[in-house]
Design a protein around this ligand. Structure first.
Ligand code: GDP
Length: 297
């Protein structure tokens, strides 16, 4: 059993391939980008993991459901409610069901279990915690929720720092502790180490657990920049080099093996380094990288 730690883009791309070659894995997902929009709880990273494992994800955008329509979103805008982010009609159905379950008293973990069952997914998908945690980006233009920074401001403001609000109250759910304890290895996918993996590691207990496991991480940084998104900006703001070794440095306490891209070079005295093609443009790329990582583990 492999336990995969995931954000909402890079690691879901890997899972696109992994589900074709392995059944026996589970996913622990970042929830610090979750947000209420138009009365519904959106968990962007959990949604992407659900859609990739049920083969519904839009593989052009890497969010939302393929061929979705935006009728409700457009109608709301016409009526004067700007949702601030695009929400597809089918995607919204997922958010409505989740929110109904939460209002009935389900924990986020139980609501996610019900959702993944409804989508016919056999693997376990766990939120990192049940409590609300929100990533805030401290910028020269003031503090803003991650979604406001990334979607509304297109990631443009200069970043000064990153905060995970509410994380001091968050706990690893018991189900996740036993799942991680029984896993043969933990795989940190090529997700943003600051805003996708960072919040998971900030929840009390995860780092201690990881120190006891074999941990393999795939670098989301190729050369001196991320394949996509704001990871480089955040890493620099926190004082880390934007490079595969900078990523390893962030995982220094518990990492055993770092997977870097073929074109990169990196030597670490605290972990082994292996090379592969880590760019996933086609499903075939994701399958090959998954096979490689399974072999490494
Ligand atoms: P978010 O929740 O949307 O921020 O998604 P993630 O944190 O899961 O993914 C974003 C990270 O994935 C970025 O830092 C990218 O550099 C990385 N990424 C996206 N596609 C690829 C890819 O094909 N290969 C690698 N190595 N990294 C990727």
């Amino acid at each position: 059993m492999i336990a995969v730690l995931s954000g909402g883009t890079g690691t879901p791309k890997l899972l696109w391939g992994m589900k074709e070659v392995l059944n026996d894995f589970l996913v622990v997902v970042n929830t610090a980008e979750d947000i209420w929009i138009s009365g519904n709880r959106i968990c962007p990273d959990i949604d992407s993991v659900i859609y990739v494992l049920s083969d519904l994800i839009d593989t052009d955008k890497w969010w939302g459901v393929r061929n979705d329509t935006f009728t409700t979103h457009k109608m709301l805008k016409m009526l004067g409610l700007d949702e601030g982010m695009m929400v597809g009609d089918k995607d919204r159905a997922t958010h409505i069901l989740r929110s109904e379950l939460l209002r009935k008293g389900y924990s986020l973990l139980k609501a996610t279990e019900k959702l993944k069952d409804s989508f016919g997914i056999s693997q376990d998908i766990f939120p990192m915690c049940n409590e609300d945690v929100s990533t805030y980006i401290l910028t020269e233009r003031g503090e803003m929720h991650f979604q406001e920074f990334w979607v509304k401001n297109r990631g443009e403001p200069e970043v000064i720092g990153v905060e995970f609000r509410g994380v001091e109250r968050a706990r690893i759910p018991d189900e996740v502790i036993s799942a991680l304890n029984s896993a043969d290895a933990v795989l940190i996918g090529p997700s943003n180490p600051v805003t996708s993996i960072g919040p998971i590691l900030a929840v009390d207990g995860y780092k201690e657990l990881l120190r006891k496991k074999k941990v393999v991480a795939i670098s989301p940084i190729i050369g001196n920049q991320p394949f996509s998104g704001p990871a480089g900006k955040f890493m620099s703001a926190l004082g880390f080099e934007v490079s595969p070794s900078g990523v390893a440095e962030m995982y220094r306490d518990f990492i055993d093996i770092l997977v870097i891209d073929n074109r990169d070079n990196c030597w670490l005295d605290f972990a082994d380094v292996v090379k592969a093609n880590t760019i996933m443009k086609k499903k075939e790329d994701a399958i090959k990288l998954s096979e490689f990582v399974i072999e490494v583990i």
